[in-house]
Design a protein around this ligand. Structure first.
Ligand SMILES: O=C(O)CCC(=O)C(=O)O
Length: 351
C-alpha cells in the first residue's frame, strides 16, 4: 500500500500514526488518492485525522506573528474593562471579534493577510477529505481560534454539536496550530473511535448531557473516564480535521505562553449550525477580496436568495439584544430557560 505513515517505532500508539504530506504531494498541492481515502476513513471511523506538513512553515510564522498583536489587543481590552465578553461584543474597527471564558479566548480574526490564505480557509490537502465527508458544496460558518492561557481549567468532555441520530455527520472542524501545541501547553484531549457516532437516546435517558465546555460535568466525566482518550500533539505545519461530534476537551496550559490554534467550522449545505458568525470574519469588502476558491465557502452569507443569509441576520438581531449587558438580561434568562426546557423534554422522551 502506498500510505505514508508517521510511526516512531513498532510499539508506538497507532493513534500517533498520521498522514504525512510528501514532497511530491506538496508540489502538486494534492494528496495521493490513497491518502485521501485513508483520511476520509480515519475521520469517519476514528473521528479525526492529522495531516503532517499540510501548512507551509512560512505561513505558520506569518499567522503567528499576525495573531500576536490581535491577542495582545484583546487582552488589553479585557483588562481595561472595555470589553464585556460573557457575550461577544465587538469593536467595529478591530482586527478581530473575541470572547473569553475562564482563561480561554475565542478570537475570530478578520480574513485578511495570512488568515485569508487558501491554505487556511480551504486547505488543498484537507479539501478532498472534507468534500467527501460533507459533500462538495459544504460551507464555512466560522473562522475562530482557541487560545488557552495559564489558569484555564480542564474542560468537561463534550461534543461541539448535537448528537447526529441519523446516518450523516453534519460538520468538520479544522485546527491549524500556529505554534507547537504539545503535551506541555494544554493539548486537546479526544475520545477517538466512534464517540461522534454515539446516538442520543441512552445519554438523555441517563442524564448524560455532553455539552458543557467551560465547567465541570461530573456525570459525563465519570462515564468518559471508563473510555480510552488521547492527548493530541500538533506541530507547526500540521492540520487536524476532526468531527465536531467527537468527544473532546481542552486541558490546562501551565506555561506562561498562550497556546493558540485556529479553529474553522465547515458544514453540510443542508444543515444550518447556529453557533458562529462569518460576519465576524468578513464584511462585503473583505469577502469580495477573497480568492474565488475560498469566497464560495462564505457565499451563502452574502447572497440574499440563500436562506442562510436570512437565518444569520435573524440570529444576529436576537444576539444584539442579548449582548447588551443590562437590557439583554431578561432575554438571556429566557434563552437559558428555553435551553433547559429543551433538555428536559429530550430526557422525558428518552425515558
Ligand atoms: O482548546 C482546545 O484544546 C479545545 C477547546 C475546546 O474543545 C472547546 O472550547 O470546545
Amino acid at each position: 500500500m502506498g500510505y505514508v505513515w508517521h510511526i516512531m517505532d513498532k510499539r508506538a500508539d497507532p493513534l500517533d500514526a498520521h498522514i504525512v504530506v510528501s514532497e511530491q504531494e506538496r508540489k502538486n498541492r494534492a494528496l495521493l488518492a490513497e491518502n485521501v481515502h485513508l483520511g476520509v476513513m480515519l475521520l469517519h471511523a476514528k473521528g479525526y485525522v492529522v495531516l503532517k506538513g499540510a501548512v507551509p512553515d512560512s505561513l505558520v510564522s506569518e499567522l503567528r506573528s499576525s495573531f500576536k498583536p490581535i491577542y495582545e489587543d484583546n487582552v488589553r481590552r479585557l483588562q481595561s474593562g472595555l470589553h464585556y465578553t460573557e457575550f461577544i461584543g465587538e469593536g467595529e474597527d478591530s482586527a478581530s471579534v473575541f470572547w473569553e471564558r475562564k482563561s480561554r479566548f475565542r478570537i475570530s480574526p478578520k480574513l485578511k493577510g495570512p488568515f485569508a490564505s487558501p491554505y487556511v480557509l480551504r486547505n488543498p490537502f484537507a479539501e478532498p477529505i472534507i468534500a467527501e465527508t460533507l459533500g462538495s458544496n459544504y460551507y464555512c460558518k466560522f473562522v475562530s481560534s482557541d487560545t488557552c492561557v495559564k489558569g484555564a481549567i480542564k474542560q468537561a468532555p463534550h461534543r461541539d454539536t448535537d448528537f447526529y441520530d441519523e446516518d450523516n455527520v453534519r460538520g468538520s472542524w479544522v485546527n491549524i496550530p500556529i505554534m507547537h501545541c504539545g503535551l506541555h501547553n494544554g493539548p486537546t484531549e479526544v475520545w477517538p473511535g466512534g464517540s461522534h457516532l454515539w446516538r442520543s437516546d441512552k445519554f438523555f435517558k441517563f442524564g448524560l448531557h455532553p455539552f458543557i465546555q467551560d465547567d465541570v460535568n461530573p456525570t459525563v466525566e465519570t462515564f468518559a473516564s471508563h473510555i480510552p482518550s488521547k492527548l493530541i500533539e500538533l506541530q507547526p505545519g500540521d492540520l487536524l480535521i476532526r468531527d465536531p461530534g467527537m468527544w473532546h476537551r481542552g486541558t490546562p496550559n501551565p506555561t506562561d505562553e498562550p497556546r493558540t490554534m485556529l479553529t474553522i467550522g465547515y458544514f453540510r449545505s443542508d444543515y444550518y449550525f447556529q453557533y458562529g458568525d462569518p460576519l465576524h470574519n468578513l464584511d462585503e469588502k473583505l469577502y469580495k477580496a477573497l480568492d474565488p476558491s475560498t469566497q464560495q465557502l462564505f457565499a451563502p452569507f452574502f447572497d440574499k436568495t440563500d436562506s442562510r443569509y436570512w437565518k444569520l441576520r435573524q440570529t444576529r438581531s436576537i444576539r444584539s439584544i442579548a449582548d447588551q449587558r443590562y437590557l439583554g438580561y431578561p432575554l438571556r434568562i429566557a434563552l437559558r430557560v428555553a435551553d433547559r426546557v429543551k433538555a428536559r423534554i429530550r430526557t422525558y422522551w428518552a425515558t
